[in-house]
Design a binder for this molecule. Structure first.
Ligand code: C2E
Ligand code: MG
Ligand code: MG
Ligand code: MG
Length: 287
């Protein structure tokens, strides 16, 4: 009986693995289609300066508008794109679109909002076929671009020498470096000494419970103290409540991003959001 069970279980697993492989292959083909038919959209989420309340940056976040499945979030297709070698194409699309969009927004509104771009591991280092870091050319070649921040995770910083050269090139071009999801990686903090980093973005898992969890609040306070001693600015990710905002302001957090302030939005909505914010206070003025 045990043997029988074992065999069935084996069959069950292989069927599951087959389905997984089929599913991945279908998504892979769909993703090639998506690139061709322009189904990849860039959404924008504002990052606010907590002292002035101004929008200092927007983060470009990719969405896949699938004809049958609706909007597919990046966590579902970026890892796949990395595996099948499509990540640099996705990166090109999001970089070019976002640079053009934000340049235009800045011109129209007379602002100088910065643009934060995410770079995943394999995109950051490029691949053998692509040559080295083709994204650097896309980023550095346009005559005009908004102020740019490149968001990388701690895993990228573990590659030492190679990283240093790329970060140095970015730095020399006036581009800022942010450590995304700060606190969730495995690397040692010594990279903060070795690399020219500008911002730490505290992962939202640390921000989520600061209202009730003393230890989480203590961690956030410590990150802020350390960052400020090293002259780094801190962004809190995943700000969802007014109380979190109050606590972060109280502890001199520099910037924040989260649903409480604004959700990631398509360009038209972002423009509308900016217009509403910048509009003179009509109600007060009309009285
Ligand atoms: P991330 O860079 O850490 O981006 C922040 C994520 O947190 C976004 O998820 C955003 O929608 C979400 N978020 C923002 N505020 C809140 C909040 O208050 N509460 C909660 N629960 N979530 C919030 P999203 O858009 O699903 O993106 C997921 C990840 O996919 C990003 O994490 C980033 O690592 C990656 N990604 C997105 N766009 C790109 C891209 O163009 N290229 C690359 N390489 N990666 C990207
Ligand atoms: Mg990010
Ligand atoms: Mg993050
Ligand atoms: Mg993330």
């Amino acid at each position: 009986a045990a043997k029988e069970l074992g065999r069935n279980r084996f069959r069950f697993y292989t069927t599951m693995m087959q389905n997984d492989a089929d599913e991945r292959l279908r998504m892979h083909m769909d993703l090639i289609d998506a690139i061709e038919h322009k189904q990849l959209k860039v959404f924008y989420q504002p990052i606010l300066d907590l002292k002035s309340g101004d929008v200092c940056e927007v983060e470009a976040l990719l969405r896949w508008q699938h004809p049958k499945q609706g909007f597919i979030p990046p966590d579902k297709f970026i890892p796949l794109a990395e595996d099948v070698g499509l990540i640099s194409q996705l990166g090109e699309i999001s970089m070019k679109t976002a640079i053009a969009d934000i340049l235009e927004v800045n011109k129209d509104f007379g602002l100088n909002i910065g643009l934060s771009l995410n770079k995943s591991y394999r995109e950051f280092f490029g691949s053998v076929d692509d040559g080295d870091e083709p994204w650097l050319n896309t980023l550095l070649s346009p005559a005009e671009r908004p102020p740019i921040t490149i968001e990388i995770t701690e895993s990228i910083l573990m590659e030492d020498d190679q990283v240093y050269q790329i970060l140095d090139k970015l730095r020399k071009a006036g581009i800022k470096i942010a450590i995304d999801d700060f606190g969730t990686g495995y690397s040692s903090l010594s990279y903060l000494r070795r690399f020219p980093v500008d911002w730490l973005k505290i992962d939202r898992s640390f921000v989520r419970d600061i209202e009730d969890d003393h230890e989480d609040l203590a961690l956030v306070e410590s990150i802020l103290a350390m960052a400020h001693k090293l002259s780094l600015a801190v962004v809190a990710e995943g700000l969802e409540t007014e109380e979190q905002l109050r606590l972060l302001q109280m502890h001199q957090c520099d910037m924040a991003q989260g649903f409480f302030l604004a959700r990631p939005m398509p360009l038209a909505d972002f423009r509308h959001w900016l217009r509403e914010r910048n509009a003179p206070a009509r109600i007060a003025g009309d009285r």
